[in-house]
Design a protein around this ligand. Structure first.
Ligand SMILES: Nc1ncnc2c1ncn2[C@@H]1O[C@H](COP(=O)(O)OP(=O)(O)OP(=O)(O)O)[C@@H](O)[C@H]1O
Ligand SMILES: [Mg+2]
Length: 320
């Protein structure tokens, strides 16, 4: 299966403040906030939803393609993704721009103050499936991106008959009810976390049951409570794989999608896909960053079989 991921591509600039933001916010001066925090650690990380998902797919031996717009500062990131097995030929540099950037300052209570600058991501709607040359993708994933681009990819995939999986997560709030509904109605499947699941139901006025009839399947992740894979006739509750240690929770949702989609690419049973997602998420949780974890397909299978019975299906991962 040829899978194309669309979604944000970003650098994350992460800082930590060795105090509490709350000690510096003056309630009687809220109309004149002027704060600057001296931070004691700084890290620049490769991130963005599309590469995060692609990263787990590539670890498991897939070669996903990413379609996205990036800035002039992207070349080193591109080389890195290519060396990991991600096809970046559809990632277009927009001259004069920088790659989307996420700036986040975290205090000792884990409170965060963040800003996201879209940069080159703001041009994502310039890319189109209509201009697609060569073999058409078997499946597209539409993940959080420039809102205009997300709407456009939905329309294009529907008109061109390209199957897609809808992953609107944090951009749900940027879509109208009609846009969200159109995205869901045209999709094969949807990924959301439990909070987003509530938002989707409220905005579209569709119940969980309605949604599971419209879609071929739907995955709802519930943090440490695990995840649920809904199909038209079934519901699979997938428990988590306990992490050896929790180092950094960022990117777990994306890693889950990467693991799940690998199984989906190999046409494995959907409950097995969910179990692969769960394990891929646990690996991510155990390391710093969204692409800091590492394993071979053989290591993954070995660990998987300590928790789940794949009825031999994971042997197909070796046939790449
Ligand atoms: N504490 C945990 N222990 C084990 N597994 C976890 C834990 N938290 C999350 N996971 C795994 O990761 C999956 C996705 O987590 P979650 O539902 O928090 O996604 P999310 O809210 O989209 O996260 P994010 O968008 O921040 O990456 C869960 O379904 C579960 O399999
Ligand atoms: Mg998420």
């Amino acid at each position: 299966m040829d899978i194309v991921l669309t979604g944000s591509v970003a650098f994350d600039y992460l800082m930590t403040f060795p105090g509490y933001f709350r000690d510096h916010i003056l309630p009687d001066k809220l109309d004149k906030i002027s704060l600057s925090f001296l931070v004691d650690s700084y890290r620049k990380q490769r991130g963005g939803i599309a590469p995060n998902i692609a990263y787990s797919l590539a670890l498991l031996g897939e070669r996903p393609r990413i379609m996205a717009t990036v800035g002039e500062d992207f070349e080193e990131y591109r080389a890195r993704l290519e060396s990991q097995g991600v096809d970046t030929s559809m990632m277009k540099v927009i001259p004069g721009t920088i790659t989307a950037s996420f700036f986040c300052n975290t205090d000792r209570a884990n409170n965060q103050i963040a800003s996201f600058y879209p940069g080159a991501m703001g041009y994502a709607a310039q890319l189109s499936f209509r201009q697609w040359e060569g073999k058409r993708p078997d499946i597209v994933v539409i993940s959080p991106n420039d809102p205009q681009a997300m709407k456009q990819y939905v329309v294009e995939c529907r008109e061109l008959g390209i199957p897609y999986i809808y992953d609107p997560s944090q951009q749900i709030v940027r879509l109208t009810s009609d846009e969200l509904r159109a995205g869901i109605e045209g999709a094969e499947a949807m990924f959301v976390n439990d909070y987003e699941f509530g938002l989707v139901q409220k905005m579209t006025r569709l119940s969980a049951q309605d949604l599971s009839q419209i879609l071929q399947f739907m995955v709802v992740t519930c943090g440490k409570e695990g995840s649920i894979v809904y199909t038209r006739g079934n519901e699979f509750n997938i428990p988590v794989v306990p992490p050896d240690l929790i180092t950094d929770p960022t990117g777990v949702g994306d890693a889950y999608r990467g693991g799940f989609l690998t199984g989906y690419n190999h046409k494995l049973d959907l409950d097995t896909c969910g179990q692969m997602g769960t394990l891929a998420a646990t690996y991510c949780l155990e390391c710093e960053g969204t692409q800091g974890h590492c394993y071979t397909p053989a290591e993954f299978i070995l660990r998987f079989r300590k928790h789940f019975d794949d009825r031999g299906q994971l042997d197909r991962l070796h046939q790449n």
